[in-house]
Design a protein around this ligand. Structure first.
Ligand code: HXC
Ligand code: NAP
Length: 282
């Protein structure tokens, strides 16, 4: 059951990068069902067409353009093409990403360039293009960036992604202050693991890792695309108009569990808890 009123997004025109698959598609469905007009961009035309056909059949007003977010001229052309069909955007969701696990010493400079290009430069270029349009036309806007909890902890084996997401976090907080007075909010979501084909193909060596991830999560489960769509809906809605520069974590408490000094005691046997009671200072 949705807690959001049916037409909450009817004044929103939302551009979602990487919107044909995974979490981007889930957000497109959710925002679209709530009345938003949706533009999606990515590289794979077949996926874009499939998603537009599927969502149009649900009654969602949606259009696509092929765009590699690493190329500023493609970004400018895509925004113009989509605005001709949908009207001016007032929300940008920087969701496109590239990622893979690898030992860092085995990466080439091009491997770094590729991920930094998609995630950090792509989000920066898109924000720049949209921000200029909004400032020049006097429109208000919202930028929602999708980062990851390792944006502030870093993470082994996904170093190009971690440095990029950390950069996008800084982008969010910097633009929140600089563009807030121009009527542009910047916010971010830091999800923990949520099964999607793209993330799982690139990052999860086999299904045994799912169990490990569930067991180390205080909520004992992985995230669901719906969890993220709920939060994203709220953050881009007018109900969040005073939220600017915030990064909201949605991971069931996973990263905090890894961080707290004594959190590993949740696996301690009862006998040791009893023993510790006897060691109280008199
Ligand atoms: C080491 C790798 C590699 C790997 C690619 N490269 N995969 N190096 N290990 N597994 C290197 C290549 O050898 C090459 O360098 C360079 O990276 C570019 O590779 P290409 O295949 O030419 O790049 P491209 O076709 O542009 O594809 C980009 C991609 C691909 C990132 C590599 O995986 C992709 O398109 N991904 C999009 C979807 C995605 O990643 N989704 C996951 C999002 S989940 P050389 O020098 O050899 O030429 C996420 C957060 C998850 O981001 C957090 C979970 C909690
Ligand atoms: P996904 O389905 O693989 O989404 C990534 C999207 O980015 C794809 O649609 C891809 O489309 C697009 N993309 C990649 N390179 C691009 C480029 N150069 N230009 C334009 N588009 C490009 O994975 P997902 O799980 O939904 O991830 C969505 C977002 O959530 C990402 O920012 C990811 O980092 C973040 N996230 C996911 C998880 C998780 O567990 N799923 C956790 C934390 C954060 P094309 O290949 O067609 O271009």
């Amino acid at each position: 059951m949705s807690i959001f009123a049916d037409s909450i997004m009817k004044e929103k025109t939302v551009l979602i990068t990487g919107g044909a698959t995974g979490l981007g598609k889930e957000m497109a469905i959710r925002f679209g069902k709530l009345g938003a007009r949706i533009g999606i961009v990515s590289r794979n035309k077949e996926n874009l067409e499939k998603t537009v056909t599927q969502l149009s059949a649900m009654g969602i007003k949606i259009a696509y353009d092929v765009c590699d977010v690493r190329d500023p001229s493609q970004i400018a052309a895509s925004v113009s093409n989509l605005e001709k069909v949908l009207g001016p955007f007032n929300v940008l969701v920087n969701n496109a990403a590239g990622n893979f696990i690898s030992r860092t010493e085995q990466l080439s400079p091009k491997a770094f360039d590729t991920v930094i290009g998609i995630v950090l430069q792509g989000s920066s270029y898109f924000s720049l293009e949209m921000g200029k349009r909004w400032i020049n036309s006097g429109m208000n806007g919202t930028i929602l960036n999708i980062v990851a909890t390792y944006a502030w902890t870093g993470s082994a084996y996904v170093v190009p992604s971690a440095v990029s997401k950390a950069g996008v976090l800084a982008l969010t907080q910097s633009l929140a202050v600089e563009w807030g007075p121009r009527g542009i909010r910047s916010v971010a979501i830091a999800p923990g693991p949520i099964p999607t084909e793209g993330a799982w193909n690139n990052l999860i060596p086999d299904t045994s890792f799912e169990e490990i991830m569930k067991n180390r999560n205080p909520m004992m489960r992985l995230g669901k695309p719906d969890d993220l769509a709920d939060l994203a809906t709220f953050l881009i809605s007018d109900a969040a108009s005073y939220i600017n520069g915030a990064v909201v974590t949605i991971d069931g408490g996973e990263w905090l569990k890894g961080a707290g000094q004594f959190n590993m005691l949740s696996g301690m046997p009862e006998s040791l808890w009893d023993l510790m009671k006897t060691r109280r200072n008199k």
